[in-house]
Design a protein around this ligand. Structure first.
Ligand code: NDP
Ligand code: BG6
Length: 490
Protein backbone atom coordinates (compact mmCIF):
# COMPACT_ATOMS: atom_id res chain seq x y z
CA UNK A 1 0.00 0.00 0.00
CA UNK A 2 1.26 3.47 -0.87
CA UNK A 3 1.73 6.08 1.87
CA UNK A 4 -1.42 8.11 2.46
CA UNK A 5 -1.30 11.77 1.38
CA UNK A 6 -3.57 14.40 2.83
CA UNK A 7 -5.00 17.31 0.91
CA UNK A 8 -8.03 19.22 -0.22
CA UNK A 9 -8.32 19.51 -4.01
CA UNK A 10 -10.19 22.41 -5.52
CA UNK A 11 -10.80 21.74 -9.20
CA UNK A 12 -11.54 24.91 -11.16
CA UNK A 13 -13.14 23.72 -14.39
CA UNK A 14 -14.44 20.74 -12.46
CA UNK A 15 -17.09 19.91 -15.06
CA UNK A 16 -14.70 20.19 -18.01
CA UNK A 17 -13.43 17.60 -20.42
CA UNK A 18 -10.00 17.19 -18.82
CA UNK A 19 -11.39 16.70 -15.34
CA UNK A 20 -13.89 14.19 -16.60
CA UNK A 21 -11.58 12.16 -18.84
CA UNK A 22 -8.30 12.33 -16.95
CA UNK A 23 -8.31 13.92 -13.52
CA UNK A 24 -11.09 12.05 -11.71
CA UNK A 25 -10.09 8.61 -13.02
CA UNK A 26 -6.49 9.36 -11.98
CA UNK A 27 -7.63 10.39 -8.51
CA UNK A 28 -9.59 7.16 -8.27
CA UNK A 29 -6.50 5.14 -9.17
CA UNK A 30 -4.65 6.92 -6.37
CA UNK A 31 -7.48 5.99 -4.05
CA UNK A 32 -7.36 2.36 -5.08
CA UNK A 33 -3.62 2.32 -4.42
CA UNK A 34 -4.02 3.91 -1.00
CA UNK A 35 -2.39 7.29 -1.69
CA UNK A 36 -5.81 8.79 -1.07
CA UNK A 37 -7.73 7.16 1.78
CA UNK A 38 -9.72 8.99 4.44
CA UNK A 39 -7.96 12.33 4.54
CA UNK A 40 -8.81 13.99 1.28
CA UNK A 41 -11.61 16.13 -0.02
CA UNK A 42 -12.55 17.39 -3.47
CA UNK A 43 -14.36 20.61 -4.21
CA UNK A 44 -15.39 20.88 -7.84
CA UNK A 45 -16.37 24.24 -9.31
CA UNK A 46 -17.59 25.75 -12.56
CA UNK A 47 -20.38 28.16 -13.44
CA UNK A 48 -22.95 25.42 -14.02
CA UNK A 49 -25.45 25.06 -11.20
CA UNK A 50 -25.24 21.52 -9.83
CA UNK A 51 -26.00 19.89 -6.53
CA UNK A 52 -23.37 17.74 -4.85
CA UNK A 53 -25.36 14.70 -5.98
CA UNK A 54 -25.44 15.83 -9.61
CA UNK A 55 -21.71 16.47 -9.52
CA UNK A 56 -21.11 13.04 -8.00
CA UNK A 57 -23.16 11.55 -10.84
CA UNK A 58 -20.71 13.13 -13.29
CA UNK A 59 -17.74 11.83 -11.33
CA UNK A 60 -19.27 8.35 -11.19
CA UNK A 61 -19.76 8.43 -14.96
CA UNK A 62 -16.18 9.50 -15.47
CA UNK A 63 -14.98 6.53 -13.39
CA UNK A 64 -17.28 4.15 -15.21
CA UNK A 65 -18.66 2.81 -11.92
CA UNK A 66 -22.19 2.36 -10.56
CA UNK A 67 -23.83 3.04 -7.22
CA UNK A 68 -23.47 -0.62 -6.30
CA UNK A 69 -19.69 -0.29 -6.30
CA UNK A 70 -19.11 0.36 -2.59
CA UNK A 71 -15.46 1.25 -2.87
CA UNK A 72 -16.05 3.77 -5.64
CA UNK A 73 -19.00 5.25 -3.71
CA UNK A 74 -16.80 5.79 -0.67
CA UNK A 75 -14.34 7.64 -2.89
CA UNK A 76 -17.07 9.69 -4.58
CA UNK A 77 -18.57 10.67 -1.22
CA UNK A 78 -15.51 12.91 -0.70
CA UNK A 79 -16.58 15.08 -3.69
CA UNK A 80 -18.68 18.22 -3.28
CA UNK A 81 -19.59 20.99 -5.69
CA UNK A 82 -20.00 24.74 -5.63
CA UNK A 83 -21.15 26.80 -8.62
CA UNK A 84 -18.70 29.63 -9.01
CA UNK A 85 -17.64 32.12 -11.65
CA UNK A 86 -13.91 32.57 -11.31
CA UNK A 87 -14.20 36.26 -12.14
CA UNK A 88 -16.60 36.85 -9.25
CA UNK A 89 -14.47 38.00 -6.33
CA UNK A 90 -17.22 37.77 -3.71
CA UNK A 91 -17.88 34.15 -4.49
CA UNK A 92 -14.41 33.10 -3.30
CA UNK A 93 -15.72 33.59 0.23
CA UNK A 94 -18.27 30.84 -0.42
CA UNK A 95 -15.50 28.59 -1.67
CA UNK A 96 -13.43 29.45 1.36
CA UNK A 97 -16.19 28.44 3.75
CA UNK A 98 -16.75 25.20 1.87
CA UNK A 99 -13.02 24.49 1.86
CA UNK A 100 -12.84 25.04 5.61
CA UNK A 101 -15.72 22.62 6.16
CA UNK A 102 -13.97 19.93 4.17
CA UNK A 103 -10.69 20.65 5.91
CA UNK A 104 -12.36 20.06 9.25
CA UNK A 105 -14.41 17.08 8.19
CA UNK A 106 -11.49 15.13 6.67
CA UNK A 107 -8.72 16.53 8.91
CA UNK A 108 -6.71 17.92 6.03
CA UNK A 109 -4.28 20.04 8.07
CA UNK A 110 -4.90 23.01 5.81
CA UNK A 111 -3.20 21.32 2.83
CA UNK A 112 -4.64 22.66 -0.41
CA UNK A 113 -4.12 21.92 -4.08
CA UNK A 114 -5.77 24.35 -6.46
CA UNK A 115 -6.07 22.67 -9.86
CA UNK A 116 -6.69 25.19 -12.65
CA UNK A 117 -8.29 23.07 -15.37
CA UNK A 118 -9.63 26.15 -17.09
CA UNK A 119 -9.00 28.28 -20.13
CA UNK A 120 -5.52 29.80 -19.63
CA UNK A 121 -6.96 33.33 -19.76
CA UNK A 122 -8.31 32.69 -16.22
CA UNK A 123 -5.11 31.42 -14.61
CA UNK A 124 -3.90 34.82 -13.38
CA UNK A 125 -7.35 35.90 -12.17
CA UNK A 126 -7.90 32.76 -10.12
CA UNK A 127 -4.40 32.81 -8.63
CA UNK A 128 -4.90 36.45 -7.62
CA UNK A 129 -8.25 35.86 -5.90
CA UNK A 130 -7.05 32.73 -4.13
CA UNK A 131 -4.52 34.90 -2.39
CA UNK A 132 -6.49 38.11 -1.81
CA UNK A 133 -9.59 36.25 -0.65
CA UNK A 134 -7.64 34.18 1.82
CA UNK A 135 -7.98 30.69 0.38
CA UNK A 136 -4.23 30.24 0.60
CA UNK A 137 -4.22 31.45 4.17
CA UNK A 138 -3.89 28.06 5.85
CA UNK A 139 -1.41 26.35 8.10
CA UNK A 140 -0.72 23.56 5.56
CA UNK A 141 0.75 23.66 2.06
CA UNK A 142 -0.83 25.59 -0.82
CA UNK A 143 0.01 24.42 -4.32
CA UNK A 144 -1.37 25.48 -7.65
CA UNK A 145 -1.48 23.23 -10.70
CA UNK A 146 -1.53 24.99 -14.04
CA UNK A 147 -2.67 23.30 -17.22
CA UNK A 148 -1.16 24.01 -20.58
CA UNK A 149 -0.72 26.13 -22.60
CA UNK A 150 1.49 28.36 -20.48
CA UNK A 151 1.28 31.45 -22.66
CA UNK A 152 1.38 31.67 -26.45
CA UNK A 153 4.81 33.31 -26.67
CA UNK A 154 7.49 34.49 -24.31
CA UNK A 155 5.82 37.82 -23.50
CA UNK A 156 2.43 36.37 -22.65
CA UNK A 157 4.06 33.56 -20.67
CA UNK A 158 6.01 36.11 -18.69
CA UNK A 159 2.89 38.15 -17.98
CA UNK A 160 1.15 35.02 -16.76
CA UNK A 161 4.09 34.05 -14.65
CA UNK A 162 4.27 37.52 -13.13
CA UNK A 163 0.58 37.27 -12.25
CA UNK A 164 1.03 33.83 -10.66
CA UNK A 165 4.13 34.93 -8.80
CA UNK A 166 2.13 37.56 -6.94
CA UNK A 167 0.27 34.75 -5.19
CA UNK A 168 2.55 31.72 -5.30
CA UNK A 169 6.26 31.06 -5.05
CA UNK A 170 7.90 29.06 -7.81
CA UNK A 171 8.02 25.88 -5.70
CA UNK A 172 4.25 26.12 -5.16
CA UNK A 173 3.53 26.25 -8.90
CA UNK A 174 3.18 22.96 -10.76
CA UNK A 175 3.06 23.51 -14.53
CA UNK A 176 1.70 20.38 -16.15
CA UNK A 177 3.43 18.80 -19.11
CA UNK A 178 1.80 15.38 -19.23
CA UNK A 179 4.70 13.94 -21.24
CA UNK A 180 6.81 14.24 -18.10
CA UNK A 181 4.39 11.86 -16.41
CA UNK A 182 4.99 9.16 -18.99
CA UNK A 183 6.88 6.09 -17.85
CA UNK A 184 9.33 5.97 -20.72
CA UNK A 185 10.10 9.67 -20.61
CA UNK A 186 11.13 9.18 -16.99
CA UNK A 187 13.20 6.24 -18.19
CA UNK A 188 15.46 8.57 -20.21
CA UNK A 189 17.23 9.56 -17.01
CA UNK A 190 17.47 5.95 -15.80
CA UNK A 191 19.01 4.78 -19.04
CA UNK A 192 21.37 7.71 -19.35
CA UNK A 193 22.62 8.01 -15.80
CA UNK A 194 22.28 4.40 -14.72
CA UNK A 195 24.53 2.89 -17.36
CA UNK A 196 28.23 3.56 -17.86
CA UNK A 197 27.88 1.99 -21.29
CA UNK A 198 25.36 4.62 -22.35
CA UNK A 199 26.55 7.72 -20.54
CA UNK A 200 30.18 7.33 -21.57
CA UNK A 201 29.11 7.43 -25.23
CA UNK A 202 26.48 10.13 -24.74
CA UNK A 203 28.21 12.99 -26.53
CA UNK A 204 29.23 14.41 -29.89
CA UNK A 205 32.24 12.10 -30.21
CA UNK A 206 30.06 9.02 -30.51
CA UNK A 207 26.56 10.24 -31.34
CA UNK A 208 25.92 11.42 -34.87
CA UNK A 209 22.41 12.74 -34.31
CA UNK A 210 19.33 12.29 -32.14
CA UNK A 211 15.80 12.11 -33.55
CA UNK A 212 12.62 12.76 -31.59
CA UNK A 213 9.31 11.88 -33.26
CA UNK A 214 5.85 12.53 -31.78
CA UNK A 215 3.52 11.22 -34.44
CA UNK A 216 -0.27 11.42 -34.24
CA UNK A 217 -2.71 9.55 -36.40
CA UNK A 218 -5.72 11.66 -35.49
CA UNK A 219 -6.46 15.11 -36.82
CA UNK A 220 -7.62 18.15 -34.97
CA UNK A 221 -10.83 16.46 -33.73
CA UNK A 222 -13.12 18.78 -31.73
CA UNK A 223 -10.35 21.11 -30.62
CA UNK A 224 -10.08 23.24 -33.74
CA UNK A 225 -10.88 26.54 -32.04
CA UNK A 226 -7.91 26.03 -29.70
CA UNK A 227 -5.64 24.31 -32.18
CA UNK A 228 -6.07 26.78 -35.02
CA UNK A 229 -4.69 29.47 -32.73
CA UNK A 230 -1.87 27.29 -31.59
CA UNK A 231 -0.51 24.96 -34.24
CA UNK A 232 1.93 22.10 -33.82
CA UNK A 233 4.85 24.36 -32.94
CA UNK A 234 3.14 25.79 -29.88
CA UNK A 235 1.03 22.74 -29.08
CA UNK A 236 3.78 20.11 -29.10
CA UNK A 237 7.24 21.58 -29.70
CA UNK A 238 7.38 24.38 -27.13
CA UNK A 239 6.42 22.03 -24.32
CA UNK A 240 6.59 18.26 -24.87
CA UNK A 241 9.42 18.15 -27.38
CA UNK A 242 11.53 20.76 -25.61
CA UNK A 243 11.13 18.81 -22.37
CA UNK A 244 12.20 15.55 -24.02
CA UNK A 245 15.12 17.23 -25.73
CA UNK A 246 16.31 18.84 -22.51
CA UNK A 247 16.26 15.45 -20.74
CA UNK A 248 18.32 14.00 -23.58
CA UNK A 249 20.76 16.88 -23.71
CA UNK A 250 21.31 17.77 -20.05
CA UNK A 251 24.39 17.03 -17.99
CA UNK A 252 24.20 14.62 -15.07
CA UNK A 253 22.42 16.35 -12.16
CA UNK A 254 24.31 16.62 -8.88
CA UNK A 255 21.52 14.61 -7.25
CA UNK A 256 18.26 13.10 -8.35
CA UNK A 257 16.12 15.90 -6.95
CA UNK A 258 13.81 18.37 -8.64
CA UNK A 259 16.11 21.31 -7.94
CA UNK A 260 19.19 19.68 -9.43
CA UNK A 261 17.40 18.09 -12.39
CA UNK A 262 15.70 21.32 -13.34
CA UNK A 263 18.96 23.22 -13.02
CA UNK A 264 20.58 20.91 -15.57
CA UNK A 265 17.63 21.07 -17.94
CA UNK A 266 17.74 24.85 -17.81
CA UNK A 267 21.47 24.83 -18.50
CA UNK A 268 20.90 22.62 -21.53
CA UNK A 269 18.13 24.89 -22.83
CA UNK A 270 20.34 27.92 -22.37
CA UNK A 271 22.89 26.44 -24.71
CA UNK A 272 20.29 25.68 -27.37
CA UNK A 273 21.07 27.94 -30.31
CA UNK A 274 18.31 30.52 -30.79
CA UNK A 275 18.06 30.93 -34.54
CA UNK A 276 18.29 34.09 -36.57
CA UNK A 277 15.94 34.54 -39.53
CA UNK A 278 18.10 32.65 -42.01
CA UNK A 279 18.74 29.77 -39.63
CA UNK A 280 15.08 29.50 -38.66
CA UNK A 281 14.06 29.36 -42.34
CA UNK A 282 16.61 26.68 -43.13
CA UNK A 283 16.31 24.54 -40.03
CA UNK A 284 12.54 24.37 -39.55
CA UNK A 285 9.76 23.28 -41.87
CA UNK A 286 6.03 23.21 -41.34
CA UNK A 287 3.12 21.41 -42.87
CA UNK A 288 -0.64 21.22 -43.00
CA UNK A 289 -2.60 18.16 -44.01
CA UNK A 290 -4.71 18.11 -47.13
CA UNK A 291 -7.54 15.73 -47.94
CA UNK A 292 -7.03 11.98 -47.86
CA UNK A 293 -9.12 9.04 -49.04
CA UNK A 294 -11.85 9.45 -46.46
CA UNK A 295 -10.39 12.42 -44.65
CA UNK A 296 -11.17 16.09 -44.98
CA UNK A 297 -8.35 18.56 -45.41
CA UNK A 298 -7.47 20.52 -42.28
CA UNK A 299 -8.96 23.65 -43.84
CA UNK A 300 -12.28 21.83 -44.22
CA UNK A 301 -12.44 20.62 -40.63
CA UNK A 302 -15.19 22.09 -38.41
CA UNK A 303 -14.30 25.49 -36.96
CA UNK A 304 -11.18 25.88 -39.10
CA UNK A 305 -11.11 28.90 -41.45
CA UNK A 306 -10.86 27.86 -45.10
CA UNK A 307 -7.75 29.97 -45.57
CA UNK A 308 -6.02 28.84 -42.36
CA UNK A 309 -2.23 28.77 -42.50
CA UNK A 310 -1.98 26.94 -39.21
CA UNK A 311 0.75 24.31 -38.92
CA UNK A 312 -0.39 20.76 -38.23
CA UNK A 313 3.16 19.47 -38.70
CA UNK A 314 6.62 20.67 -37.74
CA UNK A 315 10.09 19.28 -38.29
CA UNK A 316 13.26 20.97 -37.26
CA UNK A 317 16.92 20.73 -36.45
CA UNK A 318 18.13 21.88 -33.04
CA UNK A 319 21.74 22.70 -32.27
CA UNK A 320 23.32 22.96 -28.85
CA UNK A 321 26.36 25.17 -28.53
CA UNK A 322 28.09 23.35 -25.74
CA UNK A 323 31.01 21.00 -25.31
CA UNK A 324 28.90 17.85 -25.21
CA UNK A 325 26.74 18.46 -28.24
CA UNK A 326 28.47 20.87 -30.58
CA UNK A 327 28.16 19.38 -34.08
CA UNK A 328 25.54 16.78 -33.13
CA UNK A 329 22.09 17.89 -34.28
CA UNK A 330 18.79 16.94 -32.67
CA UNK A 331 16.09 16.46 -35.30
CA UNK A 332 12.51 16.72 -34.12
CA UNK A 333 9.16 16.23 -35.81
CA UNK A 334 5.54 16.06 -34.84
CA UNK A 335 2.25 16.29 -36.64
CA UNK A 336 -1.39 15.35 -36.85
CA UNK A 337 -2.85 12.89 -39.38
CA UNK A 338 0.40 11.04 -39.81
CA UNK A 339 0.92 7.38 -40.55
CA UNK A 340 0.55 6.15 -37.00
CA UNK A 341 0.31 7.16 -33.35
CA UNK A 342 3.67 6.74 -31.64
CA UNK A 343 6.42 8.55 -29.82
CA UNK A 344 10.05 7.49 -30.10
CA UNK A 345 13.59 8.72 -29.69
CA UNK A 346 16.30 7.39 -32.00
CA UNK A 347 19.87 7.95 -30.96
CA UNK A 348 22.07 7.39 -33.99
CA UNK A 349 25.70 6.63 -33.20
CA UNK A 350 28.62 7.35 -35.48
CA UNK A 351 29.79 4.52 -37.66
CA UNK A 352 33.16 2.92 -36.91
CA UNK A 353 35.93 5.09 -38.38
CA UNK A 354 37.24 2.16 -40.40
CA UNK A 355 35.03 -0.54 -41.83
CA UNK A 356 37.37 -3.51 -42.08
CA UNK A 357 34.62 -5.83 -43.27
CA UNK A 358 33.78 -3.95 -46.36
CA UNK A 359 36.79 -4.93 -48.49
CA UNK A 360 35.65 -5.64 -52.07
CA UNK A 361 36.29 -9.41 -52.18
CA UNK A 362 33.92 -9.85 -49.22
CA UNK A 363 30.97 -8.16 -50.94
CA UNK A 364 29.89 -7.07 -47.51
CA UNK A 365 27.41 -4.25 -47.21
CA UNK A 366 28.83 -1.23 -45.37
CA UNK A 367 28.34 -1.32 -41.61
CA UNK A 368 25.22 0.40 -40.38
CA UNK A 369 25.18 2.93 -37.57
CA UNK A 370 24.27 1.67 -34.12
CA UNK A 371 20.92 3.06 -33.08
CA UNK A 372 19.45 3.14 -29.60
CA UNK A 373 15.70 3.53 -29.94
CA UNK A 374 13.60 4.47 -26.95
CA UNK A 375 10.01 3.52 -27.66
CA UNK A 376 7.92 5.84 -25.54
CA UNK A 377 4.44 4.90 -26.73
CA UNK A 378 2.33 2.95 -27.49
CA UNK A 379 4.79 0.12 -26.71
CA UNK A 380 7.33 0.94 -24.07
CA UNK A 381 10.83 -0.39 -24.54
CA UNK A 382 14.28 -0.07 -26.01
CA UNK A 383 16.05 -1.44 -28.97
CA UNK A 384 19.77 -1.34 -29.66
CA UNK A 385 20.86 -1.96 -33.22
CA UNK A 386 24.28 -3.56 -33.49
CA UNK A 387 26.24 -5.08 -36.35
CA UNK A 388 26.89 -8.80 -35.98
CA UNK A 389 28.17 -11.64 -38.07
CA UNK A 390 25.55 -13.34 -40.21
CA UNK A 391 25.16 -16.89 -39.11
CA UNK A 392 26.85 -19.40 -41.37
CA UNK A 393 29.81 -19.98 -43.71
CA UNK A 394 31.85 -16.98 -44.90
CA UNK A 395 32.00 -13.59 -43.26
CA UNK A 396 29.19 -11.17 -43.76
CA UNK A 397 27.77 -8.72 -41.27
CA UNK A 398 24.21 -7.68 -40.71
CA UNK A 399 22.37 -5.37 -38.31
CA UNK A 400 20.61 -7.12 -35.43
CA UNK A 401 18.44 -5.65 -32.67
CA UNK A 402 18.69 -6.19 -28.95
CA UNK A 403 15.13 -5.54 -27.85
CA UNK A 404 13.47 -5.03 -24.51
CA UNK A 405 9.77 -4.31 -24.22
CA UNK A 406 7.74 -3.77 -21.08
CA UNK A 407 5.37 -6.76 -20.96
CA UNK A 408 1.62 -6.40 -21.22
CA UNK A 409 1.02 -7.04 -17.50
CA UNK A 410 3.50 -4.35 -16.42
CA UNK A 411 2.18 -1.99 -19.07
CA UNK A 412 -1.30 -2.34 -17.67
CA UNK A 413 -0.02 -1.53 -14.20
CA UNK A 414 1.84 1.59 -15.43
CA UNK A 415 0.28 4.67 -13.85
CA UNK A 416 -1.35 7.13 -16.20
CA UNK A 417 0.61 10.38 -16.53
CA UNK A 418 -2.01 12.37 -14.62
CA UNK A 419 -2.06 9.85 -11.81
CA UNK A 420 1.68 10.13 -11.41
CA UNK A 421 1.64 13.92 -11.66
CA UNK A 422 -1.18 14.42 -9.14
CA UNK A 423 0.74 12.14 -6.80
CA UNK A 424 3.88 14.26 -7.29
CA UNK A 425 1.94 17.45 -6.50
CA UNK A 426 0.77 15.89 -3.23
CA UNK A 427 4.37 15.00 -2.43
CA UNK A 428 5.54 18.48 -3.41
CA UNK A 429 7.97 17.01 -5.95
CA UNK A 430 8.43 19.32 -8.93
CA UNK A 431 10.74 17.03 -10.92
CA UNK A 432 8.17 16.20 -13.55
CA UNK A 433 6.78 19.70 -14.01
CA UNK A 434 8.12 22.55 -16.11
CA UNK A 435 9.88 25.26 -14.20
CA UNK A 436 9.44 28.86 -15.26
CA UNK A 437 12.98 29.02 -16.55
CA UNK A 438 12.50 25.96 -18.71
CA UNK A 439 9.27 27.38 -20.09
CA UNK A 440 10.84 30.75 -20.78
CA UNK A 441 13.88 29.38 -22.64
CA UNK A 442 11.63 27.11 -24.67
CA UNK A 443 9.48 30.10 -25.69
CA UNK A 444 12.52 32.16 -26.62
CA UNK A 445 13.57 29.44 -29.02
CA UNK A 446 10.12 28.81 -30.46
CA UNK A 447 9.26 32.50 -30.81
CA UNK A 448 12.06 32.95 -33.33
CA UNK A 449 10.67 30.22 -35.56
CA UNK A 450 7.16 31.60 -35.23
CA UNK A 451 8.28 35.15 -36.09
CA UNK A 452 9.92 33.97 -39.28
CA UNK A 453 6.91 31.87 -40.25
CA UNK A 454 4.59 34.80 -39.66
CA UNK A 455 6.44 36.70 -42.37
CA UNK A 456 6.21 33.93 -44.95
CA UNK A 457 3.30 32.57 -46.95
CA UNK A 458 3.30 28.76 -46.69
CA UNK A 459 2.26 26.50 -49.57
CA UNK A 460 -0.48 24.60 -47.75
CA UNK A 461 -1.74 21.92 -47.77
CA UNK A 462 1.49 20.05 -48.32
CA UNK A 463 1.09 16.54 -46.96
CA UNK A 464 -1.44 13.77 -47.21
CA UNK A 465 -3.02 12.03 -44.26
CA UNK A 466 -1.29 8.75 -43.52
CA UNK A 467 2.15 10.02 -44.59
CA UNK A 468 5.01 11.15 -42.36
CA UNK A 469 4.54 14.81 -43.26
CA UNK A 470 5.67 16.97 -46.15
CA UNK A 471 8.62 16.15 -48.41
CA UNK A 472 10.44 19.14 -46.92
CA UNK A 473 10.78 17.20 -43.63
CA UNK A 474 12.76 14.51 -45.42
CA UNK A 475 14.76 17.11 -47.33
CA UNK A 476 15.65 18.84 -44.06
CA UNK A 477 17.54 15.81 -42.81
CA UNK A 478 18.74 14.54 -46.18
CA UNK A 479 20.50 17.84 -46.74
CA UNK A 480 22.78 16.80 -43.90
CA UNK A 481 23.31 13.38 -45.58
CA UNK A 482 21.16 11.68 -42.98
CA UNK A 483 17.72 10.16 -42.88
CA UNK A 484 14.94 9.59 -40.41
CA UNK A 485 15.38 6.23 -38.72
CA UNK A 486 11.62 5.75 -38.74
CA UNK A 487 10.30 6.19 -42.23
CA UNK A 488 7.55 4.63 -44.28
CA UNK A 489 8.24 1.96 -46.89
CA UNK A 490 11.64 1.21 -45.42
P1 NDP B 1 -13.43 22.54 -21.12
O1 NDP B 1 -13.84 23.66 -22.03
O2 NDP B 1 -13.96 21.19 -21.35
O3 NDP B 1 -13.80 22.91 -19.62
C1 NDP B 1 -13.66 24.21 -19.12
C2 NDP B 1 -14.18 24.24 -17.70
O4 NDP B 1 -14.04 25.56 -17.20
C3 NDP B 1 -15.65 23.86 -17.56
O5 NDP B 1 -15.84 23.18 -16.35
C4 NDP B 1 -16.33 25.22 -17.53
O6 NDP B 1 -17.59 25.12 -16.95
C5 NDP B 1 -15.33 26.00 -16.69
N1 NDP B 1 -15.41 27.45 -16.84
C6 NDP B 1 -15.40 28.17 -17.98
N2 NDP B 1 -15.51 29.48 -17.71
C7 NDP B 1 -15.58 29.58 -16.36
C8 NDP B 1 -15.73 30.67 -15.47
N3 NDP B 1 -15.78 31.94 -15.89
N4 NDP B 1 -15.76 30.42 -14.14
C9 NDP B 1 -15.72 29.15 -13.68
N5 NDP B 1 -15.58 28.07 -14.48
C10 NDP B 1 -15.52 28.29 -15.80
O7 NDP B 1 -11.83 22.57 -21.10
P2 NDP B 1 -10.85 21.34 -20.87
O8 NDP B 1 -11.27 20.58 -19.68
O9 NDP B 1 -10.66 20.63 -22.14
O10 NDP B 1 -9.47 22.11 -20.60
C11 NDP B 1 -9.16 22.69 -19.36
C12 NDP B 1 -7.70 23.13 -19.39
O11 NDP B 1 -6.89 21.98 -19.60
C13 NDP B 1 -7.33 24.11 -20.48
O12 NDP B 1 -6.31 24.93 -20.02
C14 NDP B 1 -6.79 23.21 -21.58
O13 NDP B 1 -5.89 23.90 -22.42
C15 NDP B 1 -6.07 22.17 -20.74
N6 NDP B 1 -5.88 20.89 -21.43
C16 NDP B 1 -6.93 20.11 -21.77
C17 NDP B 1 -6.73 18.90 -22.39
C18 NDP B 1 -7.86 18.01 -22.73
O14 NDP B 1 -7.59 16.88 -23.18
N7 NDP B 1 -9.11 18.41 -22.53
C19 NDP B 1 -5.37 18.40 -22.70
C20 NDP B 1 -4.32 19.28 -22.26
C21 NDP B 1 -4.58 20.47 -21.65
P3 NDP B 1 -18.74 26.26 -17.13
O15 NDP B 1 -18.74 26.65 -18.56
O16 NDP B 1 -19.99 25.59 -16.65
O17 NDP B 1 -18.34 27.37 -16.25
C1 BG6 C 1 -1.53 17.57 -26.02
C2 BG6 C 1 -1.82 18.34 -27.27
O1 BG6 C 1 -0.70 18.34 -25.18
O2 BG6 C 1 -0.86 16.36 -26.35
C3 BG6 C 1 -2.65 17.49 -28.23
O3 BG6 C 1 -2.54 19.51 -26.93
C4 BG6 C 1 -1.99 16.17 -28.49
O4 BG6 C 1 -2.85 18.18 -29.45
C5 BG6 C 1 -1.62 15.50 -27.17
O5 BG6 C 1 -2.89 15.36 -29.22
C6 BG6 C 1 -0.81 14.25 -27.42
O6 BG6 C 1 -0.62 13.58 -26.21
P1 BG6 C 1 -0.43 12.02 -26.16
O7 BG6 C 1 -0.21 11.72 -24.74
O8 BG6 C 1 -1.69 11.42 -26.72
O9 BG6 C 1 0.74 11.71 -27.04
Amino acid sequence: MAAERTSLFIFFGGTGDLAYRKLYPSMYNLYKKGTLREHFGVLGTSREKLTDEQFRDQVRKSLGTTKTDKDAEKFISHFVYEAHDVTDKAHYQVLKTRAEELDKKYELNGNRIFYLSLAPSFFGTVAGFLKTEGLTDTKGFDRVVIEKPFGRDFDSAQQLNDALSKSFDEEQIFRIDHYLGKEMIQNIEAVRFGNTLVESLWNNRYIDNIQVTLSEKLGVEERASYYDNSGALRDMVQNHIMQIVSLLAMEQPVSFTDVDIRAEKVKALRSLRVYNVAEASTNFVRGQYGAGDSQRAYRDEDNVPHDSNNDTFVAGKLLFDNYRWSGTPFYIRTGKMLADKFTRVDVVFKKPLIDIFSFPQNHNAPLEANVLTMYIEPHAGFSLRLNAKTNGQGFQTEPINLDYFVDAKDSKATPEPYERLIHDVMKGDGTNFSSWQEVSYAWRFVDQIRKVWDLQQPQFPNYTPGSMGPASADELIQRDHRQWVYRLNK
